[in-house]
Structures are given as structure tokens and as C-alpha cells.
Design a protein around this ligand. Structure first.
Ligand code: AGP
Length: 609
């Protein structure tokens, strides 16, 4: 997610803005910029890379003025470059933005037809043109912004300046965070609290569909229609370190709770409900010519690939193999030009995965990626071939992958629907049903997160166990693997994920009353078989923690602990069933005092073999 800071008051704006952006650095970014209005002129400084590059530029070309905005950009539309860095200015209107404008293509086309010229590849620049166009039609700044906002669809946190009205900052929010800081004869706006704490602890969180006008003297909030909104500032007593984690104890916990937003952002702008089709920006794969798909990945991303196999084969009827990248690259794979190779990677820098797609490319395959970091090495390797489908999870700081994993699953589901519709294996009716199921996921996850307390109790009961077994079938078998990986990598407790159907072929010898077994037995085609495997555990005094579907009253008769997930399409189950497993692993690790965000021996991105 991008970082935003704005200031209006009696002090010099630039140092306040840049220091505020520095407090948001942990969020990850690839360029930064500042705009200040002084003496009737808007001055902008922007630099690619880290803030130190902007610092250097500001030393060479300083900015003065007491009204300004700044931004650190996490690229979603348009590569990381000075030209695409924010702020964006046109005709005296300057904008910074966090979010995704869903209808930017239509708006850009309309503005270009009106003769407006664009300087960047971003969706953000459109807002500057919309406001400038409205003001050229005679509206004042506030009215022009309101009118421009009525034309925009999507997620946004806009902060806007106007050279003609240099005493105010306007900000507006929908789905992306904005917090206002109230000072003495000064006002602040930011995308997150850490940027404000050095100046004020009196804050107001803007709500979706609201806009605010900040001047040196006051902050006023209205709805987008202009109706006044009464507000009471809150006092924030977090420490700066706590503030970086949004009040969460660890980044991993914050990122687990960001999943509803990350999933909504990954879906946003890609679903064409009228045609029941999916628009995959950045992909240029000849889907119809594909005879076979090979997914290559590591770790958690490998687990999402295993789920992807189920989803893509069920929906698009393309044969899918899933291979550990470190194995694929050395097994002289049988690949031809009718094979598609899909790399799944959060960081886009995993050495084995990068090597695997280079190997596939050299054998004539089309390569494409599901990736969370724009312009990463894996993304760049695929640009000249099948392209990249970006997850919009935002930076993932915790080493244990959570929101990147669930957004990968969403991306794979979108991919499968796209393949199915293109290849004629998925009807419009069925696709409509699936897309409606997909859009329920964010609030279904919100509902589960609100029941965290029951997962904390489960973690307390089993935090001293030294071995765990995780069992699942079908698309939940990879979730058993993922649940086990989450536990072992952050709590250092041995855990093994296994296909429930394999119990009789060995692992059942492990079962006794000291070994908790986590079973995933959600309703659907695998339910009965999985329950009978779990009853075998029960019969041998094994402790059973079962993830089941809401409405299942039978499962409690065999389980020691149950957590129920909402009902959805069985192919979407994994996105739901992984969430309680993430929180059980997190709370066991937290109770045992391990370094949850930076576990021993692990790196966030494994850029070596
Ligand atoms: C995830 O919890 C792990 N930290 C690790 O397995 C990770 O998924 C793996 O290293 C792959 O990383 P990537 O997705 O960035 O390629």
C-alpha cells in the first residue's frame, strides 16, 4: 500500500512530509515524491527508489512553503519510475493517491478525447485531469473535487492541492485508509497513524464516502454530497512501534486481519459481472493454445499452486502439474511450446522459482506469473511472455506468508474462470454463480476474524504439544500442508501436513493422546471420507481440532475442539479454512514467545538456492 502525508500550517511543510513518509517506509514502496505550493507556484520533487534518493534531490533543489503533500508509491498500474511517481500535477491541480481506480481506462479515454494529455501510466493522474476539467468549467476547488469523485469508481485515498486555492488540502476516501491529524494552528493528513505521532495524537479516521477540507485553522468533514459530518477526534496513545503495526502486536497479526481488504483489492476491477467474465490486466497468454499447465513455486506459494491445480482442472479442464521449483529445474522436464508455466511467488525474487521459469522458457514454454511485487525479477521474466497477474495484497512484512497466500488463491480462481470462459468449459450462468461466491469471501473472513477468541483458547490448550498432524482431502489437502508450515515456521514445533486418505499408510502409527491432529472436514464431496479418517484418530485417543462448516452439528461429537467456517463453493473453501489455521499457529507461537515476524533461520525472500 502507498504512503501518504499532507500538511498545512505555520511550519515548513517539506521536512514534516518527508519525515512522515519515513515513518511509513515499513509498508514498502518503489518511488517517492513531494509537492509544495508557495508564492502561487506548485513545486514537485520525485525520485525512484528509497527516500534517501528524494532526500538527495531535496538537498540539491529544496522546497519551501507551508502547504504540501507527499507520497511513497507501491506500484500497481505503471512501472516504478520518476514519471509514474506521485504527486501528479496538471493545470495547477496536484494529486497523490492510494488505491485502484476501477474505471480508469474509460475515464482516461474520455479525457483524451477532450484533448487532455497524460504524462504517466498511472490511474492516479486521471483525478488531477478530472478536477482541472471541472474547475475550467467554473467550479471552485471543493465543488470540482466533489464532481470529479462522483465519476470515479474503485478504491481510493486521494489528497489534492489546488494552486488557485493554496490555503487548503482536500482529501477523500473509499476503501483505502485516511487519517486526519488535528494540531494547534496546523492540520495533517496521512494514510496511517505513524506519520502523525511526532506532531499530534488527536486524530480522526475518515470513513468511506467522506471527504475533508483541511486548513491551518480547521478540519471540516462532509459526505461526497456535501452534507456536514460531525466528528469527535480520538486520542492515540500507541507507541510509534505499535503504530507501525496499526495497534497489532505483530505484522503477521496485522496482515492476517488485512486479508478481507487485500482480497477485495485483488478482485477489484477484474470482474465483469454483466458478461460473467474476468479481465486480467497484465496477462497476454494465448489461453486457447495451452494443452497443459505446469505450476512452479516454493513453500507457501507451492501450496497455493496445489490448490490452483484443483481449481483450474475443475473449471477449465486443462491438465495441471504442480512442481516444487527446486525440483523442476533439475529434472529435465518434458516441456514444449504448448505448455504454459505458471510461477507463483509473493516476492517475485525466489531463486528456485526464477530459475524454473527461465528453464521453462528455454524449452519453448510460455511463462506467466502470479506475483505480489510489481517489476520484481520473476515479473520481469514473464513480461515478454505470458505476462503477470498481480495480487494486490500490499507489502507483506511478516516472514510467514498469510495475505499473500489467500490473494494468490483468489488470483488462481480468477485465472481459472478466465480460462474456462475463454475455452468454453464454463457457462455464463456457472461463472456468474462462482463470481458471486468469490465476492462473499471478504466479509466471510471478517466474520471469522471476529471469532478470534475461540482460536486463542484452542492455542492455549495445545501450545505445549511438541508434534502436530494436519489432515485434509481434495483442495483442503494443501491447506493441511500450509497449516503445518505456518505452525512450524513461527513456533518451531514439529508439524506435518498429510492427505487424510493416507492415514492408514503410515502416519496413524503416530497417533496417541499427546499428539493433536488438526482435521479439515468442511461440507462437500470429501466430508464423509475425511470424517471417517478423523474417527480413526479419535479411536486411538488422538486429540482432534476440526475445522468444519457452519451448520455441521455432528462434528462436535468426535472433536475435542471445533472451529466453523462459513459455507461457500467447495473450490473456495481453502481461502476460508486457512484463516483459523493461520491464527492458531500465530497464537501458539505468541504464547511460546518466539519471534513471530522474523522467525529464526528464515528470510522473507529466499534469493539463494
Ligand atoms: C511462507 O510462509 C514462507 N515464508 C516461505 O515458504 C515462502 O512462501 C517461500 O519462500 C516462497 O516465497 P515467494 O512466494 O516469495 O516465492
Amino acid at each position: 500500500m502507498c504512503g501518504i502525508v499532507g500538511y498545512v500550517g505555520g511550519q515548513s511543510a517539506t521536512p514534516i512530509i518527508v519525515e512522515g513518509l519515513r515513518k511509513l517506509e515499513y509498508r514498502g514502496y518503489d518511488s517517492a515524491g513531494v509537492a509544495v505550493i508557495h508564492g502561487g507556484q506548485t513545486q514537485i520533487r520525485r525520485a525512484v527508489g528509497k527516500l534517501k534518493n528524494l532526500d538527495k534531490l531535496l538537498l540539491e533543489q529544496p522546497l519551501t512553503g507551508s502547504l504540501g503533500i507527499g507520497h511513497t508509491r507501491w506500484a500497481t498500474h505503471g512501472r516504478p519510475s520518476e514519471q509514474n511517481a506521485h504527486p501528479h500535477e496538471t493545470d495547477g491541480i496536484t494529486v497523490v493517491h492510494n488505491g485502484i481506480i476501477e474505471n480508469y481506462l474509460q475515464l482516461k479515454q474520455r479525457l483524451q478525447e477532450m484533448g487532455r494529455k497524460f504524462k504517466s501510466e498511472t490511474d492516479t493522474e486521471i483525478m488531477a485531469h478530472l478536477v482541472a476539467t471541472e474547475m475550467q468549467g467554473g467550479k471552485d476547488f471543493v465543488t470540482a473535487v466533489r464532481s470529479a469523485l462522483s465519476q470515479v469508481r474503485g478504491a481510493y485515498a486521494f489528497v489534492i492541492l489546488c494552486q488557485k486555492e493554496p490555503d487548503k488540502i482536500i482529501t477523500a476516501k473509499n476503501a483505502s485508509p485516511i487519517v486526519l491529524g488535528i494540531g494547534d494552528d496546523e492540520s495533517f493528513v496521512a494514510s496511517d497513524i505513524p506519520a502523525l505521532l511526532a506532531h499530534t495524537r488527536k486524530v480522526v479516521f475518515l470513513e468511506d464516502g467522506q471527504m475533508a477540507v483541511l486548513t491551518k485553522k480547521e478540519v471540516t468533514i462532509t459526505t461526497l454530497k456535501g452534507e456536514p459530518v460531525q466528528f469527535t477526534p480520538r486520542h492515540i496513545d500507541w507507541s510509534p512501534v505499535m503504530a507501525e503495526k496499526g495497534g497489532h502486536k505483530h505484522f503477521m497479526h496485522k496482515e492476517i486481519f488485512e486479508q478481507p481488504t487485500a482480497i477485495a483489492d485483488t478482485i477489484r476491477g477484474r470482474v465483469l459481472m454483466e458478461e460473467a467474465r474476468v479481465h486480467l490486466d497484465g496477462m497476454n497468454l494465448d489461453v486457447k493454445s495451452l494443452r497443459r499447465l505446469v505450476i512452479v513455486a516454493c513453500g507457501t506459494s507451492y501450496h497455493s499452486g496445489l490448490v490452483g491445480k484443483f481449481i483450474i482442472e475443475a473449471i477449465a479442464r486443462i491438465p495441471v502439474e504442480v512442481d516444487l521449483a527446486s525440483e523442476f529445474r533439475y529434472r529435465s522436464p518434458v516441456i514444449d511450446k504448448e505448455t504454459g508455466i505458471l510461477a507463483i511467488s509473493q516476492s517475485g525474487e525466489t531463486a528456485d522459482t526464477l530459475a524454473a521459469i527461465k528453464e521453462g522458457k528455454s524449452l519453448g514454454a510460455s511463462v506467466f506469473a502470479v506475483c505480489n511485487v510489481i517489476e520484481s525479477s520473476i515479473a520481469r521474466e514473464c513480461l515478454g511472455s505470458g505476462g503477470v497477474l498481480y495480487t494486490h495484497a500490499g507489502p507483506e512484512i511478516g516472514v510467514a506468508s498469510t495475505k499473500a497466500f489467500t490473494t494468490q488463491l483468489v488470483a488462481l480462481y480468477l485465472l481459472a474462470i478466465h480460462f474456462g470462459r475463454e475455452r468454453g468449459t464454463l457457462s455464463k450462468e456457472k461463472a456468474t454463480e462462482m463470481l458471486n461466491h468469490l465476492r462473499q469471501i471478504p466479509q466471510q473472513i471478517e466474520g471469522m476474524l471476529s471469532r478470534e477468541a475461540s482460536l486463542i483458547s484452542i492455542a492455549r490448550r495445545y501450545s505445549k504439544a511438541r508434534d502436530f498432524l494436519y489432515l485434509g482431502r481434495g483442495p483442503n489437502y494443501p491447506i493441511a500442508l500450509e497449516g503445518a508450515l505456518k505452525l512450524k515456521e513461527i513456533s518451531y514445533i514439529h508439524a506435518e501436513g498429510y492427505s487424510a486418505g493416507e492415514m492408514k499408510h503410515g502416519p496413524i502409527a503416530l497417533i496417541d493422546d499427546k499428539m493433536p491432529t488438526v482435521g479439515i472436514a468442511t461440507s462437500g464431496p470429501f466430508y464423509e471420507k475425511t470424517v471417517s479418517n478423523l474417527e480413526e484418530v479419535r479411536a486411538r485417543e488422538g486429540k482432534l481440532i476440526i475445522i468444519a462448516t457452519e451448520g455441521d452439528s455432528k462434528i462436535a461429537t468426535i472433536a475435542d475442539d471445533v472451529f466453523l467456517v462459513p459455507k461457500n463453493d467447495p473450490l473456495l473453501d481453502p481461502i476460508l479454512t486457512v484463516v483459523p489455521l493461520q491464527l492458531i499457529a500465530y497464537h501458539i507461537a505468541d504464547l511460546n514467545g518466539t519471534d513471530v515476524d522474523q522467525p529464526r533461520n528464515l528470510a522473507k525472500s529466499v534469493t539463494v538456492e
